[in-house]
Design a protein around this ligand. Structure first.
Ligand code: ZN
Ligand code: ZN
Length: 213
């Protein structure tokens, strides 16, 4: 299983661009290519995908974590290039996507083999739970429902192994102690504290980072 950060507030690879937002691409053996969130704007997202050799046409599933513009802004550019990906949005994202069938997620559900949605937590945001040989890798957008609540929800499918994405103002750091991989991205306010507390488990985030589990 490979998770590539394609849009982030920071850049980790030459030639890529930063922007306030988050997007990642998930590759697994048994599921179509998944785009989780789309960053704040199409030009940056499409540029970074091109630089990383990811063709928007190859995306089979698009998952939007929540309705904020720093996660949905690149969606329209992707949809212009890709006419047939399945789309999963939280029920609270109300804007219509003309001509496209959209799954509006409320409760937890399976999206593909080994890929699950926590469901829309606290009426705002869904996260992904990826089943790996090492446990559940949790992919989050902004963690508005709270990192702890998201980890609990994702544990429905196994023991949490790691977490990647934006943690927002999360500071209940004990909740990360049981994890083996922590990649604080995007809006995480306490990045330096998390890195200091968990130096062996922390991965630096930025567009271009690829995490293989
Ligand atoms: Zn947000
Ligand atoms: Zn955000």
């Amino acid at each position: 299983m490979k998770v590539t950060i394609v849009y982030d507030n920071e850049v980790s690879k030459e030639g890529l661009e930063a922007g306030w937002g988050f997007s990642s691409v998930i590759e697994t053996k048994n599921a179509p290519l998944i785009l989780f969130d789309t960053g704040a704007d199409s030009p940056t997202l499409l540029h970074n995908m091109r630089e990383l050799g990811i063709d928007p046409k190859d995306i089979g599933v698009i998952v939007i974590s929540h309705a904020h513009g720093d996660h949905t802004g690149g969606l329209w550019g992707i949809l212009e290039a890709n006419k047939d990906a399945d789309i999963y949005v939280p029920a609270s994202l109300r804007s219509a996507i003309p001509g496209r069938e959209v799954t509006r997620v409320v409760g937890s559900l399976q999206i593909c083999e080994d890929i699950f949605s926590t469901g829309e937590l606290r009426g705002i945001e869904q996260s992904l739970a990826l089943k790996t040989d090492k446990g559940i890798l949790v992919i989050v957008g902004c963690s508005h429902p709270g990192v702890g609540e998201i980890i609990d929800a994702a544990s429905e499918w196994g023991k949490a192994y790691g977490i990647v994405g934006g943690f927002h103002g999360f500071r209940d750091f004990d909740r990360l102690a049981g994890l083996s991989l922590i990649c604080p991205c995007h809006c995480t306010q306490y990045k330096s504290e998390i890195k200091r507390l968990f130096p062996d488990k922390c991965l630096e985030c930025g567009a271009g980072v690829a995490i293989e589990v």
